[in-house]
Design a protein around this ligand. Structure first.
Ligand code: C2E
Ligand code: MG
Ligand code: MG
Ligand code: MG
Length: 280
């Protein structure tokens, strides 16, 4: 049918299945090479206490910079890595780099809490707990230097399995956060069975919190829910003082977003820590 429509016909904007498969293949082989060539790095984005506005830790965010200097955003390769299983070696690289960075910062007398994103696939892997423990032991680092961010989606996939893995991670000493909270098919009952520390309110609610009373109501409800359960509540994606104010008033304990600091490489993050003055 496409052929009979003639050569001048513009191609549909919706990629066909074949295109999707080809693109996935392309990204997959590029990413595999990128991992081998050391093109994968971490950036660190600060989190601050909502009241004092002092830094409380950072989130490690993966960055892929190609040999030509181009940055490929996580949204263009994390999903592919998830679908192809490459997220497992990629997750190991991320974990290892975050651990080595934490070792270095601890050696310098800082004791930073670093949050590491863990994908559904990693969580599901039967040897995940064993592997992170091995990395901790090999590097002589401590689980309580880290918070593991697990998306609500990953947790909901298989709740009882997730509960058992999270229990093991907690026993090792990790803090555990539910990321993008409010975007999954939240059955709130699961929160009761999860030994988690932190809820991270998804940035889609934070983005609209100033002008959209419904987002504001959701943010307030999540903050109240977290408080009631004794959890630490973090708002991500904070871009201005007005948002920060509303979120603080709503009861969020910590704030994260471009307003305080963008994701930065380790050197820039250290510089940020050295020059940052609490803003309000
Ligand atoms: P996330 O974990 O929810 O991370 C928050 C995202 O919001 C990050 O995007 C961050 O750069 C961005 N962000 C932070 N502050 C602001 C702000 O004020 N405004 C706006 N508009 N955005 C802000 P990034 O780095 O592109 O990462 C996107 C997603 O990719 C992450 O969402 C996470 O799900 C995934 N990801 C990133 N790094 C890793 C990783 O090492 N492992 C895994 N499994 N996933 C990762
Ligand atoms: Mg995260
Ligand atoms: Mg998030
Ligand atoms: Mg997100």
């Amino acid at each position: 049918a496409a052929k009979s429509a003639g050569k001048n016909r513009m191609r549909s904007f919706t990629p066909g299945l074949q295109d999707v498969v080809q693109l996935r293949h392309h990204v997959q082989s590029k990413l595999r090479r990128a991992m081998a060539d050391g093109e994968i790095q971490l950036n660190y984005q600060p989190k601050v206490d909502s009241i004092t506005r002092l830094p409380v830790g950072s989130e490690a965010l993966v960055r892929w910079q190609t040999s030509t200097g181009e940055f490929i955003p996580p949204c263009n390769f994390i999903p592919v890595a998830e679908q192809t299983g490459l997220i497992l070696p990629l997750g190991e690289i991320v974990f290892e780099q975050a651990v080595l960075q934490a070792c270095q910062w601890n050696g310098q007398g800082n004791s930073p809490l670093i949050a590491i994103n863990i994908s559904a696939h990693q969580l599901r892997h039967p040897r995940f707990v064993e592997q992170v423990l091995a990395t901790l032991e090999r590097t002589n680092s401590q689980a309580d230097w880290f918070e593991l961010e697990i998306t609500e989606y990953a947790v909901m996939e298989d709740v009882s399995y997730a509960v058992s893995v999270i229990n093991q991670l907690k026993q090792l000493g990790f803090r555990v956060a539910i990321d993008d909270f409010g975007t999954g098919y939240s059955s709130l009952s699961y929160l009761k069975s999860f030994p988690i520390d932190t809820l991270k309110i998804d940035l889609s609610f934070v983005r609209d919190v100033i002008w959209d009373s419904q987002s504001r109501a959701i943010v307030r409800s999540i903050a109240a829910l977290g408080k009631g359960l004794g959890l630490n509540v973090v708002a991500e994606g904070v871009e201005c003082e007005e948002q920060a104010d509303i979120l603080t008033e709503a009861g969020c304990d910590q704030l994260q977003g471009y307003y305080f600091g963008k994701p930065m490489n380790a050197a820039a993050y250290e510089q940020w820590l050295g020059t940052y003055r609490p803003i309000r």
